[in-house]
Design a protein around this ligand. Sequence first.
Ligand code: MN3
Length: 210
Amino acid sequence: MKPETYYFVARPLPYEPDALVPVLDEKTLYFHHDKHYQTYVNNLNNALADYPELHNCTLRELLIDSGRLPAAARKSIVNNGGGVYNHELYFDSMQTPMGQCPEGSLKDSIDRDFGSYKEWRDELKSLAASVFGSGWVHLITDKYGKLDMCITRNQDVPNLKEWTPILNLDLWEHAYYLQYQNRRLDYVEGFIRLINWRKALRRYEDAFGK
Ligand code: MN3
């Protein structure tokens, strides 16, 4: 996909709005994608409007070295740009639940770095339960293919200089509250059934040699 720059446009969902039922219903996905994500895109464009020197930067370039952003716009670009980056990966991390599991070299690396797919799932659930307030859990790789997991708060992204996110899990209440209310762990267990491991494998392999 061609790297996008200002003026950013929201990406459509890569599946039908009912594709994630019963884990995520249409209403939950609609508000999340068409309202919350769209708002981050709009606010990012607003934050960049007065800075033509940033209009050729990709989202990754804006976020990888945020200390170089103009001070007056930094907070808004980091919060909203992070919101766009995280949500685009999140929606692309999921597909219709069909009993999918890790594949190929990503499966091998999960076994090597976490012990097994089951141990990885337990780690994801444990990290998700430990997030207080709004945040994310990310599966990340370094440029040598070493996997790790990390939590970020609010709309922060992982350290993109060191790591490439492979998939992520949105733990803001807006991601699940309409359907699950306070049952965050049920949402997390459902999310695991939705992971698009084929796309995760592609991102993992593309991350090498960057
Ligand atoms: Mn969200």
